[in-house]
Ligand binder design. Structure first.
Ligand SMILES: [Fe+2]
Length: 107
């Protein structure tokens, strides 16, 4: 499977633009999960082809790889659950600078 690193960087950059600096880790995890989902679809499809062709050795290997991809996706989900809460709790940078200007204006 080929996934363009440039495309992943674009997705992370777009996530950071949307979520702010605090959302950077969440954006990276989201991009990694897109890769895992792509891999799950690809390995699942090829495993099915191997089944149809009666290639039992290939079916076993592809099933093992497919399960590894699902485990990785699950680990990323668990990471995201914690990181997304942290990102949501963090004050967005644009809001922080606005608050600092408001405080300065009141002084
Ligand atoms: Fe993977």
């Amino acid at each position: 499977m080929k996934v363009s690193v440039t495309e992943l960087k674009k997705q992370v950059h777009a996530g950071v633009q949307e979520l702010g600096y605090q959302g950077q880790d969440a954006a990276i995890i989201a991009a990694a999960q897109r890769v895992e989902h792509y891999e799950i679809a690809a390995y699942g499809t090829v495993r099915t082809y191997a089944e149809i062709l009666g290639e039992q050795n290939a079916v076993s290997l592809l099933e093992k790889t497919l399960e590894e991809e699902k485990e990785t996706d699950q680990k990323l989900t668990e990471l995201a659950e914690g990181i997304n809460v942290e990102a949501a709790a963090a004050e967005p940078e644009h809001q922080r600078s606005t608050n600092q200007k408001s405080k300065a204006a009141r002084m």
